[in-house]
Design a protein around this ligand. Structure first.
Ligand code: NDP
Length: 331
């Protein structure tokens, strides 16, 4: 059973009198910086001087260059996209990372795959909210929090876990509960969901739309039925709230019988083996090497894949539905 920490298990005094340098003011950077400041911490922003730096200044933060923020910060939260972290770390962070500082990540990718190897004299922790940044902020403002994972990658001070928990508390996540994990577990799980679960869900929706339109159903009805109405997202919401199977109680007996009786037939046996092979590619570092190569080459395959999906007929149907129907889903 995983170990879970709540507000009472975390102590903000591990961060009091210290400066937290948040590097990057995007999805997570803005939400975490605002929450930490509202929790009473001293927060500065390190940013390349463009759009998001302006936003940080407008929010009342002191903004400086990334090297300067790293020099001033006792805790350095690296909240820029994973793809640029290695370069920014090497040029701006590492040269300014004095012994005794704390390096904090919101996702373990660069640590797990050896793209960033921090020096042996700093604490390295991960506090990874399980939610997009805007909701990390909204939940905090409502007095709630979102769940998170915490992990210690390197503990030099002997206090790394307490510091990670203090960060988790300052951004509001211990209100919901944070699960103790490892950087490897968080990273591999995240990649597996992206690579083995979402392709099946998204692929099956696209395939279903093709089968239905080919059989004469109206493309707009199909798009509305499959996802635009929000029923699909409501099923996931209720799964999270009441349970995977319990949510079936919100559906008719016909729907329950249809879903359960056809379940096995719709998922071929070899999917299990395919999932295992995706997991093997993640764990061996094969995916990380492939992705690094793709980035070096300027994303040719990603652009090609995106071009292919952009031309799917469901996109046209989707636009038509949005013209015809008012959808009232919260942001
Ligand atoms: P964003 O894409 O929102 O980060 C944008 C910020 O990074 C902006 O301030 C941007 O500056 C800055 N930035 C972009 N490129 C560079 C660069 N080359 N050099 C310096 N700064 C740069 O990132 P996220 O918040 O989505 O992700 C941050 C971390 O949080 C990642 O590790 C991610 O995996 C993790 N995470 C993200 C979640 C999410 O909500 N998306 C959820 C949980 C974890 P500017 O705009 O000024 O160019």
């Amino acid at each position: 059973m995983a170990k879970v920490f709540y507000d009472q298990d975390a102590d903000l005094s591990y961060l009091q009198g210290k400066t937290v340098a948040v590097i990057g003011y995007g999805n997570q950077g803005r939400a975490q910086a605002l929450n930490m400041r509202d929790s009473g911490l001293q927060v500065i922003i390190g940013s390349i001087n463009d759009g998001s730096a302006e936003r940080a200044r407008a929010d009342g933060f002191s903004v400086c260059s990334i090297p300067e923020a790293v020099r001033q910060g006792d805790v350095v939260s690296l909240l820029i996209p994973d793809e640029v972290q290695k370069t920014v770390y090497e040029t701006d962070v590492r040269p300014n990372l004095a012994p005794g500082k704390v390096l904090d990540f919101a996702h373990g990718y660069n640590l797990r795959f050896g793209l960033i190897s921090p020096p042996a004299d700093v604490d390295v922790v991960m506090v990874a909210p399980r939610m997009i940044g805007v909701n990390v902020r909204k939940a905090f403002q409502r007095g709630n929090g979102v769940p998170a994972y915490v992990a210690v990658w390197q503990d030099v001070s002997g206090q790394a876990e307490q510091i990670a928990l203090a960060i988790a508390k300052a951004i509001g996540t211990t209100r919901a509960g944070v699960i103790e994990t490892t950087v490897a577990e968080e990273t591999e799980l995240d990649l597996f969901t992206e690579q083995a679960v979402w392709p099946i869900i998204m692929g099956s929706l696209l395939l279903a739309s093709e089968v239905l339109v080919e059989a004469g159903f109206s493309p707009e009805m199909v798009a509305l039925e499959l996802y635009i109405s929000g029923e699909a997202s409501e099923i996931f919401r209720q799964m999270a709230r009441v349970g995977f199977f319990e949510q079936l109680r919100y559906h008719s007996p016909t729907s329950r019988y249809g879903t359960l009786s056809r379940g096995e037939r719709m998922l071929p046996d070899d999917v299990r083996e395919r999932m295992r092979s995706v997991l093997r590619e993640i764990r061996s570092g094969e995916f990380a090497s492939e992705w690094e190569e793709e980035q070096k080459r300027g994303y040719p395959r990603l652009l090609e894949l995106k071009k292919r999906t952009a031309n799917h007929p469901i996109i046209r149907a989707e636009r038509n539905v949005h013209r015809l129907i008012k959808i009232f889903l919260p942001e």
